[in-house]
Ligand binder design. Structure first.
Ligand SMILES: [Zn+2]
Length: 203
């Protein structure tokens, strides 16, 4: 992390992009509560639509997307394992976070290798060129989480929403790093509840 001339905090954009994919996959593919309501993971074609929205095609052009229940199941399993890491980070259980990351690295077969990207430039990737989409995305997300849990300053920026009836996760790339909610919706819910409580406790 470094301070640019404008005072804007500059994080490694590649790591941030992978963390944002991890956040989006956890929020799309793990059940629980979201913004005050029960969250059920979508099924069938809707599950794939959620995956497409979480990891847009242009972000992983090198990986062939083959839609199928097996691929979606694999991503869902990776998402459940990533949630464990986010929850451990949120409660500062570093041993559990590290164990969770190591499981992810192993299960996704993450490993560094150089592959030619656009314009023939060699790029560092953390999956094989012929990996499936689910496996490659999982490996990239696992590696990004490994980088932050293993000493990255961004580790303080990963969290689980602190609003009531919400367990969605987030990565905070704002300058002051004071984010506590998954979304503006949860921030508003908490503000409204605080306001009602101050007015005399009525609902
Ligand atoms: Zn929330």
């Amino acid at each position: 992390m470094s301070e640019g001339v404008t005072g804007q905090v500059v994080f490694d954009s590649h790591v941030v992009a992978r963390l944002e994919h991890a956040v989006a996959l956890v929020n799309a593919l793990t059940e629980g509560e979201a913004r005050g309501r029960l969250y059920a993971v979508p099924t069938g074609g809707e599950r794939w639509a959620a995956i497409e929205a979480a990891v847009p095609q242009d972000a992983t052009s090198a990986l062939a997307r083959v839609e199928g229940a097996g691929e979606a199941d694999r991503l869902a399993e990776t998402a459940r394992r990533m949630r464990v890491v986010f929850e451990a980070i949120a409660t500062q259980e570093w041993d559990a976070a590290a164990d969770g990351v190591n499981v992810l690295l192993r299960e996704t077969s993450a490993r560094p290798r150089l592959d030619r990207g656009d314009g023939g430039v060699w790029r560092l990737h953390f999956h094989g060129a012929n990996d499936t989409f689910a496996s490659g995305v999982g490996a990239s997300c696992a590696t990004a989480l490994a980088m932050v849990v293993g000493g990255g300053e961004l580790v303080e920026r990963l969290g689980v929403c602190t609003a009531g009836r919400c367990d969605r996760v987030y990565v905070d790339v704002s300058r002051n790093g004071a984010r506590r909610f998954c979304s503006g919706a949860c921030q508003s819910r908490v503000k409204a509840a605080t306001f009602r409580a101050r007015r005399g406790g009525g609902a």
